[in-house]
Ligand binder design. Structure first.
Ligand SMILES: Cc1cc2nc3c(=O)[nH]c(=O)nc-3n(C[C@H](O)[C@H](O)[C@H](O)COP(=O)(O)O)c2cc1C
Length: 331
């Protein structure tokens, strides 16, 4: 068991969704490829359709977000099944618990027909998706203030509100931060993907110290960042950085996560699109120049960033499934 954990650090055995593209329906708009968060979907010029692809030793670079399905205006793409790892350190339990009960009366892929059955909050929760294609339209200041206000009303341990918001609407600054952070991401990705003996050993040690950071999924997303030439926040007109106050009681990062969710959901309810970005806070600790640019200093640390803007395309063409998680009832 312990040996298995050490054996499968790089690209562990994984079951991926089966991505099917209907060539008769696909009109070649490439929205699915452009909104894919990883390097999984690539445009095949010869076949004139998107094709799922692999990365390094990963048979498919798909994280099963199913956004390709949600954005396809032609209903030409279907991702069947989920992502789960069957062996090693990143093994997931997801696949074993297929019996999680579905609470609605119609089948899972027909949720949109249930609009009348869902209340307003549920509609926002089920229709929201991470948006990675933004229009150039600037976001009105009133709307930014409104979503930040939703963040302020999030629950926090001891009502500490251990955070601060940094709102960057200067595209040049956002671009500069993206480029600087992307260089750090490339180094991480190359450490993982290019497997010299030394690099392999380094990743083994690092994955022991910080396991979650060395999963293959972020590596596939880092490849996408590289393909986009260093774009991390998707050229969104607004990037909100949530800084945690390290003096906050309990776990300030958890408080920040709840704030982020309030912001993301209220943004969706106002017609805005968002994408929570973990890559910027992962890279910033290695970049004193970015910390200086954003004026981040004690007692604050960058915890999470959110790209905000008007979606360029519809992200709610259909409801998509989501991996089932273990549930146990104790009565
Ligand atoms: C803490 C956190 C960090 C994330 N970091 C990134 C990121 O750096 N880049 C990205 O494209 N998406 C990022 N995401 C978005 C997830 O990929 C996305 O939520 C997930 O694939 C599910 O898709 P959905 O949000 O469309 O339902 C992040 C989400 C969370 C909660």
């Amino acid at each position: 068991m312990l040996l298995e954990k050490y054996r499968y650090v790089h690209f562990p055995p994984t079951i991926f969704p089966n991505i099917i593209v209907d060539p008769d329906k696909c009109k070649g708009c490439k929205i699915c490829v452009n909104s894919c968060p990883t390097s999984c979907l690539q445009w095949d010029e010869r076949k004139r359709k998107p094709v799922p692809t692999s990365l390094g030793g990963m048979s498919l670079a798909c994280i099963a977000c199913n956004n390709c399905e949600a954005v396809c205006p032609e209903n030409a793409i279907k991702a069947i099944g989920f992502y789960f790892v069957t062996k090693g350190r990143y093994k997931t339990d997801k696949g074993k618990y297929g019996n999680m009960s579905y609470p609605f009366n119609k089948s899972e892929d027909k949720l949109y027909e249930l609009d009348e059955e869902l209340n307003e909050v549920e509609k926002v929760i089920f229709k929201r998706r991470s948006v990675r294609l933004f229009s150039d339209k600037p976001v009105e200041k009133e709307k930014i203030n409104r979503i930040l206000e939703a963040g302020r009303f999030a629950p926090s341990a001891g009502n500490c509100q251990p955070y601060k918001f940094l709102v960057v609407t200067n595209r040049k600054i956002n671009e500069e931060i993206d480029i600087k952070c992307s260089r750090v991401l490339y180094k991480i990705k190359n450490l993982y993907v290019i497997r010299s003996k030394l690099k392999k050993t380094i990743v083994y040690i690092l994955s022991y110290i910080s396991p979650g950071k060395w999963d293959q999924r972020p590596i596939a997303a880092m490849e996408k960042v590289q393909q986009l030439g260093g774009v991390i926040t998707f050229k969104a007109p607004v990037v909100i950085h949530i800084l945690k106050d390290v003096r906050g009681i309990s776990e300030p990062d958890i408080d920040v996560g709840i704030v982020a969710q309030n912001i993301v959901l209220s943004a969706h309810s106002l017609g805005l699109g968002t994408c929570i970005i973990g890559f910027i806070p992962s890279a910033v600790p290695f970049l004193p120049s970015v910390k200086k640019l954003l004026g981040i200093k004690y007692p604050y640390k960058l915890s999470l960033s959110i790209a905000v803007g008007y979606p360029k395309v519809r992200y709610d063409n259909r409801y998509v499934s989501r991996g089932k998680i273990p549930i146990e009832y104790i009565s």
